[in-house]
Design a protein around this ligand. Structure first.
Ligand code: SAM
Ligand code: SF4
Length: 446
């Protein structure tokens, strides 16, 4: 247990509670099925009735205008004909499955068109995709329908096409408003263009507007960061996401830093201070903190997709590179566009990976969802474990984390401090590992 302890002797837990930020392992407790079993198992999954409960739909659009230096999501350059062919296949994929028992009977509460860059597609293609999802799948009347996009190539015709077709939320990646910081990362629009574009969406007043910002980008000093926050808030969007720069090996930025073309990325101390500046900024303005990285200003912003996915809600996935889950099965569709096309033409779901979760996945989900919103009901977790977790199992660890300034604990309820929210992935990973050791001791390598 002591290996999960935080440093409690440093001056500021935000910068030095742990040596590094860990990522939550998405495949813990999941067993991959052999490739030859996938098709049969998928058919069985589709023909089983769906369970009541909140459900999601994810549609992946794996094209971008260019590869932004920091980004690990880039897969394919956008070429109009390839995009058009792809959209036809995704529409076909949705239509093929829409009548299956697993999809048809219970309402869907949030749909996310993510990428890549959905807004790289034409107005007509965006409209057709949205119309297909709405016509074919059982969306709840108050379903959140998000289109993720960026400024470049998202013209007024496309915005209106999305709105007319039923999108009610736009999540726009801005990253920074500083023209120089943006351009160095491959984002061509200037501050003025970015602001004008966002005002255009806001002033239509027909959908929630969410802005993504990254902190810790090269050249983004604390002053630039403060200006980014001020500019974003002055636009009066419905929500804002703040993401600490994750320097992903293999990305153009990571390679450029290794080659000495960029100064080293900001250290953890600097990143932590930028997070605190962001959290303080929104607290002073009375924005609601919905998750560790997301703040809402208006009641229009619900953030349903992002919250439910962390809770482990079923997610029906379509498109090359999409990931989803149905019951205890998780699946990923191949990110190889050619194979995606071949499988679709052969009448197969283009699944690249199918895995089955173990019995403690609901407990992991409960931990993840709780720490994501900065609030975990410990008694509820123990109850959900049905006596399988020894009472007081987490007590010494939580006492140490409290001592280190990461949380408060009252009435068996954990509340994360700002530092705890910054380190939330470390806390989730520690809980997951402890649950694994306690409940599946022989399966620890999973
Ligand atoms: C899946 S990306 C798609 C964004 C969209 N295509 C765009 O270009 O704005 C969603 C968000 O992830 C965040 N993101 C991407 N790479 C990141 C990184 N290396 N570190 C932190 N956040 C990152 C960005 O804020 C981005 O807006
Ligand atoms: S930030 Fe967006 S547009 Fe840029 S590479 Fe990543 S997914 Fe593509």
């Amino acid at each position: 247990m002591t290996r999960y302890y935080a440093n409690d002797a440093g001056p500021d837990p935000l910068s030095d509670a742990f040596a590094r930020r860990t990522a939550v392992m998405p495949f813990r407790g999941k067993k991959r099925l052999p490739a030859e079993e996938i098709e049969t198992r998928w058919r069985a999954i589709l023909s089983a009735p769906s369970w009541p409960g909140k459900r999601l739909v994810y549609v992946h659009i794996p094209f971008c205008a260019n590869h932004c230096l920091f980004c690990g999501f880039y897969r394919n350059a956008y070429v109009p004909q390839t995009g058009a062919d792809y959209v036809k296949l995704v529409i076909e994929e949705i239509r093929r499955e829409a009548r299956a028992p697993a999809l048809r009977d219970n309402p869907v509460h949030a749909v996310y068109f993510g990428g890549g860059t959905p807004t790289a597609l034409s107005a007509r293609e965006l409209s057709d995709l949205l119309a297909t999802v709405r016509a074919e799948l059982p969306l709840a009347p108050d379903c959140e329908i998000t289109v993720e996009g960026r400024i470049i190539h998202f013209d007024p015709e496309k915005i209106d096409a999305c709105l007319e077709a039923g999108a009610n939320r736009f999540s726009i990646g801005v990253q920074s408003f500083d023209t120089e910081v943006r351009r160095r990362q491959g984002r061509r629009a200037s501050r003025e263009e970015a602001v004008r574009f966002l005002e255009g969406i806001r002033d239509r007043d027909r959908a929630a507007l969410v802005i993504d910002l990254i902190y810790g980008l090269p050249g983004q000093t604390p002053e630039v960061w403060h200006q980014d926050l001020e500019t974003a808030a002055a636009l009066a969007p419905d929500g804002i996401d703040l993401y600490g720069l994750n320097l992903i090996p293999g990305t153009p930025l990571s390679k450029a830093i290794s080659a000495g073309k960029f100064p080293a990325a900001a250290g953890l101390g600097d990143i932590g201070a930028l997070y605190r500046a962001g959290a303080d900024f929104f607290r002073r303005r009375n924005w609601r903190q919905l998750t560790n990285n997301h703040w809402g200003r208006t009641t229009r912003e619900r953030n349903i997709y992002n919250m439910l996915i962390k809770e482990g809600a079923d997610c029906l996935a379509f498109g090359s590179g999409a990931g989803g889950s149905i019951g205890r099965y998780s699946y990923g569709l191949t990110s190889d566009l050619q194979r995606y096309g071949e499988d679709m033409h052969a009448g197969r779901k283009p699944i690249g990976m199918l895995s089955a979760s173990d019995a403690i996945q609901p407990l992991r989900d409960r931990v993840t969802a709780g720490f994501e919103v900065g609030h975990l009901d410990l008694a509820g977790l123990e109850k959900a474990a049905g006596g399988a977790i020894a009472s007081g199992l987490f007590t010494p660890l939580l006492a140490q984390w409290r001592q280190a300034g990461l949380l408060t604990l009252e009435d068996e309820t954990i509340e994360l401090t700002v530092a705890g929210r910054f380190w939330y992935a470390n806390l989730i990973s520690a809980f997951h590992e402890i649950l694994q050791t306690q409940l599946c001791p022989t399966d620890n390598a999973a």
